[in-house]
Ligand binder design. Structure first.
Ligand SMILES: [Zn+2]
Length: 276
């Protein structure tokens, strides 16, 4: 279904964007990614498609042509002023954020928040889905972790902070929150921040739900909003309300940013007409 919107999005000329923004009443878009790499990544490629460097650059060029890159703290203001802008984030703290993504964003002067899982920093452990993906290919994940060092280190994170990038919590070890009671969800979300604070300065309490919030009840979501300055979800262009901002997943598809963002406008407009 989602892909039908993207196919339609890919044939709508970008000059129609202003009308789509007005119809959807959404001026700030929040695309998010995990990794960018020209090589297949054995822990990620079996799970979802990631962008190549050229594809990522093309996405950013299109975004820069039609939207102003802004920091998370400017989202509300731009939305109120009806100024087209994009706020970029990355999840999972993978090493490609340091080696490939950050230099490109600096070159293009695009601010970004990267959400981290405290357990994986410094390559002390690997997310369970990556372990499964590697094991299915008969790759020893412990050896992979040691040899490939798929995550960033605290030294790299500190350096990126000095270069202007921001960081937030993405839970301690990336569980499915809907499988956990609320107190354990909170321990994951806030515990990650406490651990990060032992190693880096964390001036703002930003959080992104691991695997998104779509299976969570509204009470749990509100509690997470209450314990953070800004919470990032994954329901595309749906209005989040208060301090919840929804983001658009750019990974997992070969569609360009133009097709995905334009398609999400169509999806949001359809949703508003059917439900709101
Ligand atoms: Zn994640």
């Amino acid at each position: 279904m989602r892909h039908l919107f993207y196919i339609t999005g890919s044939i709508i000329p970008s000059v129609a964007l202003a009308r789509l923004q007005k119809a959807a009443k959404r001026y700030v878009v929040c695309p998010f990614y995990h990794a960018v790499s020209d090589k297949p990544l054995p822990h990620i490629s079996p799970l979802y498609r990631h962008r190549t460097e050229q594809e990522f650059r093309a996405d950013l060029d299109w975004l820069m042509e039609h939207y102003e890159p802004i920091r998370w703290s400017d989202i509300d203001r731009y939305e109120k002023e009806e100024r087209p802008a994009f706020c970029l984030t990355f999840d999972d703290g993978l090493k490609e954020f340091y080696t490939i993504v950050a230099p490109i964003l600096e070159e293009k002067k695009i601010p970004c928040v990267c959400f981290l899982n405290s357990t994986f920093i410094d390559n002390r452990d690997l997310m369970f889905r990556y372990k499964d993906a590697l094991t299915r290919q008969h790759i020893d994940w412990r050896r992979f972790l040691e040899e490939e060092q798929p995550y960033m280190t605290y030294a790299q994170i500190r350096e990126l902070q000095q270069r202007g990038f921001e960081f937030g919590s993405h839970s301690i070890n990336h569980p499915h929150f809907y499988t956990l009671p609320l107190n354990e969800q909170l321990n994951e979300a806030v515990g990650c921040e406490k651990e990060l604070e032992k190693h880096i300065h964390l001036p703002h309490r930003l959080f992104s739900f691991p695997f998104g919030q779509e299976h969570l009840d509204s009470v749990s979501i509100k509690v997470h909003q209450g314990t953070h300055e800004l919470v990032f979800g994954t329901e595309n262009m749906r209005p989040g309300g208060a301090n919840l901002v929804n983001r658009i997943a750019m990974d997992g598809t070969a569609f360009s940013a133009r097709a995905v963002i334009t398609g999400e406008y169509l999806r949001e407009i359809a949703h508003q007409q059917l439900h709101d």
